[in-house]
Design a protein around this ligand. Structure first.
Ligand code: AMP
Length: 177
């Protein structure tokens, strides 16, 4: 900062020196930004065939089985035409079955997924950018990807976004070394 004083001449000299010295890094960062913004959700998502899901009319016991066996805390809910309708997680199922004095296990077979699922789903399309995906994943561990008719295409997870950003940071580091 000692290069800056109130004289315009010194400020512009400083700016010139700074831009000259950091030109490589600036160009690199612009190229990196362009690369990141050109990546689409479709390139990063887990496609529907590999996503564990439940159907809207499944009993809660089936949903709990899928969640426990897959190890995921929440999975998408689809209707019989494979349209996205919600998300269901372990916590909501356990809360529903927890009565005042005991677990009411009979509710697991009596209640259906649509009665407890959440409709608050972060939604994306395959054409959306990585940046839009990143924004959706600030408050959710995954976002659902669907087409214009609402058919389920897959999910975008925090892991996928973080891996891509990490790749970018390492590439930038190697190029500037
Ligand atoms: P991750 O970022 O890999 O930890 O994934 C975040 C969340 O996405 C997990 O907790 C699951 O709820 C969901 N998820 C990830 N992969 C799958 C999958 N193959 N099938 C269903 N849900 C998944």
């Amino acid at each position: 900062m000692r290069y800056i004083n109130t004289s315009n001449h010194t400020v512009s000299n400083y700016k010139y020196r700074w831009v000259k010295e950091n030109k490589g890094a600036l160009m690199m960062s612009t190229i990196q930004d362009q690369r990141l913004t050109s990546i689409t959700v479709g390139e990063l998502m887990i496609s529907s065939e590999k996503v564990a899901h439940v159907q809207v009319n499944n009993p809660l016991e089936h949903a709990l089985l899928v969640l426990v066996k897959s190890g995921y805390s929440a999975v998408p809910v689809l209707d019989s035409s494979y349209r996205l309708v919600g998300i269901i997680g372990k916590t909501v199922i356990l809360n529903q079955t927890l009565g005042l004095e005991r677990f009411e296990f009979e509710k697991l077979s009596d209640m259906r997924v649509h009665e407890v699922m959440s409709n608050d789903i972060p939604q994306l399309t395959k054409e959306d950018t990585l940046m839009k995906g990143l924004n959706s994943l600030i408050n959710y561990p995954f976002a659902c990807v669907q087409d214009k008719e609402g058919y389920f295409d897959g999910i975008l997870t925090r892991r996928a976004i973080l891996k891509e950003i990490k790749k970018d940071i390492y590439t930038a580091k190697q190029k500037t070394e």
